[in-house]
Design a protein around this ligand. Structure first.
Ligand SMILES: [Zn+2]
Length: 310
């Protein structure tokens, strides 16, 4: 009797297993997962605000470690004391992204809609005159935003807007116009002068997040934000910045990217066209897109159709 039950159970399990792997049933549920360019699973965004003169040192350090930065600038501050000059913007940030931070750095939620629009469009227009390409990214001054502000900047050609609400995770944000970063550079270390114990604790917290990013097997975006003026002329803080850069540089599993390039890539991935059977994919974008389907990695060239049947 026991043997008969066992045999029946075995037969049933074989039947069920077979039913679950029947391609006709399984096709519609094939998981498709984005990969970053070159099939990488991690992407790094380094995002700095305000355009102070210390950006020169920051860019030099990034270039030394082949890192890519995104720099959010206030065009009406450029050329004033402690800020970069307009004349140097294009050459200084070559290979990096220049992005909107509004013309005058106000708290946008306190402004009327027309003033929000003015602050964003004026900055965008002037930065585009300086760098000679469409400027499509933004960071909110003080991180300050609300639904009315988001509504006001929609339709102004801004494709992402970064806040200062640290998530401490690596997921791609749902709303690109409220793009919450992973973490402030060095967490909350150095926020209060003369508290070395706190600095040590916050630095540990910061490097824990960095190490979690480096070790995760999931698709991950690390978005670190800050200001080069926070380092000022303090060599300890600049040395710490270099230590951080060294830790994330030259890693074959990381895609180093400006913020807008990552947004463009995510949009290209989301615009892939799959056949119902998921055996054909078409990539209408102008970039090679990488993805994983049923555990296998693929790359589909720009403008091309590809057979992805296994
Ligand atoms: Zn700012």
């Amino acid at each position: 009797m026991k043997i008969a039950v066992f045999a029946l159970a075995l037969l049933l399990s074989v039947f069920i297993t077979h039913a679950q792997t029947d391609p006709a049933i399984a096709k519609s549920g094939i998981p498709i997962e984005m990969l970053f360019p070159q099939g990488k699973s991690k992407a790094l965004i380094l995002s700095y605000d305000d355009g102070p003169i210390q950006d020169r040192q920051m860019v030099a350090l990034m270039n030394k470690y082949k890192l890519i930065g995104t720099f959010h600038l206030n065009s009406n501050k450029l050329g004033t004391q402690n800020y970069l000059t307009k004349a140097e913007i294009k050459s200084l940030f070559a290979g990096h992204e220049v992005s909107v931070h509004t013309a005058n750095h106000p708290s946008l939620s306190t402004l009327s809609k027309i003033d929000v629009v003015y602050e964003v469009v004026e900055d965008r227009k002037e930065l585009e005159r300086l760098v000679e390409y469409p400027v499509r990214g933004m960071a909110y001054p003080f991180g300050n935003n609300n639904e009315a502000v988001v509504d006001a900047i929609s339709g102004l050609g801004i494709e992402y807007a970064r806040t200062v609400d640290d998530t401490y995770h690596f997921k791609i944000p749902e709303k690109f116009l409220q793009w919450h970063p992973t973490i402030h550079q060095f967490a909350k270390a150095y926020f209060v002068e003369g508290k070395p114990d706190n600095d040590k604790k916050e630095l540990e917290r910061f490097y824990q997040v960095i190490d979690d990013f480096l070790s995760t097997k999931e698709l991950a975006v690390l978005d670190v934000w800050g200001h080069s003026w926070e380092m000022g002329d303090n060599t300890v803080k600049w040395d710490e910045t270099e230590k951080f850069f060294k830790r994330v540089a030259n890693n074959p599993s990381i895609h180093y990217t400006s913020h807008i390039d990552l947004v463009d890539y995510i949009k290209a991935y989301r615009n892939l066209k799959f056949s119902v059977e998921k055996n054909i994919v078409y990539n209408p974008s102008s970039m090679t897109v990488f993805f994983k389907m049923a555990g296998k990695s693929y790359s589909v060239l720009p403008g091309k159709m590809m057979d992805v049947s296994n």
